[in-house]
Design a protein around this ligand. Structure first.
Ligand SMILES: O=CC(=O)O
Length: 322
């Protein structure tokens, strides 16, 4: 027990993702304060540790907002399990001198794989075909609706950061034609850049949303953009649900204004509009794009590296800048 108390404290409010090595990796190095296991109400649990706890580890369901930060006056570091840190009020952290880290590139390849998987699934109707066969509908009539060819598709990537670039590289292998919209142009890359996302949509057969959720990107993919994409268009989202105006997306799908969607993220997770659940041209996934056995391990290593750097006054490994 004495040994545990000597370890640096790390507060976790909600149960962490089921990292296979969490117990062994984290608990040997840190004194984990497990708010979710405490019989105390959260406020009381936080008050008990408020004066000492310097590091908080959180995933996307933990809203790190001004209220929470006010209850943790000694806090100096927020370690996000995820790549996207939109659940952390970064302006308030900055104001309070609290550093924020994310998962860096730990999940980029896995997320990109999932984006490509969803893109192929929607176009080739893989999940729909699976439903069809399982329901015993396969007959000699051969009336199963055809999917659409992948090679030659014009794919517009929204957000050409690490993940977007991994998606682009993979889809080049399928002979897709890549163009993109991003915060800024990447002159070192030869893909056409569109500063206007509507123009990107008008020149694409599919949009793959890879950007972070910010005040600028919230509801950026709205009815106007989806109409520009057109009735043969497909949307894939592995970024954050609220980058798309979900209500308008549902309307466009219901009215056949776009052809289909592959969605790993939603505006109000884990709640999904019932219309989406009923459509076989929509492929749904429960925000699992980043998570594989391998990426969990890599993610743990990045979080531990950030915590160790912090507690030994070294530079953080994957600080979030904005
Ligand atoms: O969505 C998950 C992540 O941002 O890593």
């Amino acid at each position: 027990m004495a040994e545990l108390l000597d370890l640096p404290e790390v507060l976790i409010i909600q149960p962490p993702p089921p990292f296979t090595s969490f117990e062994s990796d984290f608990t040997q190095k840190f004194n984990i304060l497990r708010a979710w296991e405490s019989p105390l109400p959260l406020d009381q649990f936080l008050t008990t540790h408020a004066q000492s706890v310097q590091a908080l580890l959180c995933h996307v369901f933990t809203l790190v907002n001004a209220d929470l930060l006010r209850q943790l006056p000694a806090l100096k570091l927020v370690v996000s399990v995820s790549t996207g840190a939109n659940h952390v009020d970064k302006a308030e952290c900055r104001r309070r001198g609290i550093a924020v880290t994310n998962a860096g590139n730990a999940y980029s390849e896995d997320i990109a794989d999932m984006a490509v998987g969803l893109f192929i699934d929607v176009n080739r109707r893989i999940s729909a075909a699976d439903w069809y066969v399982r329901r015993g509908l396969w007959s000699s009539k051969g009336d199963y609706p055809l999917g659409s060819k992948i090679g030659g598709k014009r794919v517009g990537i929204v957000g050409l950061g690490n993940i977007g670039y991994e998606v682009a590289k993979r889809l080049e292998g399928f002979r897709c034609k890549i163009s993109y919209n991003s915060r800024s142009e990447r002159p070192s890359l030869s893909y056409p850049f569109y500063s206007n996302v509507c123009e990107l949509a008008a020149n694409s057969d599919a949009l793959i949303i890879c950007c972070a959720l910010t005040d600028q990107t919230r509801h950026m993919i709205n009815k106007e953009v989806l109409s520009a994409l057109g009735k043969d268009g497909v949307v894939v989202n592995i970024g954050r649900g609220a980058v798309i105006d979900e209500k308008e997306l549902v309307e466009c799908l219901v009215n056949g204004e776009i052809r289909g969607a592959g969605l790993d993220v939603f505006e109000n997770e884990p709640h999904i509009p019932k219309e989406l659940v009923a459509m076989d041209n929509v492929v749904l996934s429960p925000h699992k794009a980043p998570h594989t056995l391998e990426s969990y391990k890599r993610g743990s290593e990045v979080m531990i590296a950030n915590l160790e750097a912090f507690f030994s006054n070294k530079p953080l490994v994957t600080p979030v800048m904005d």
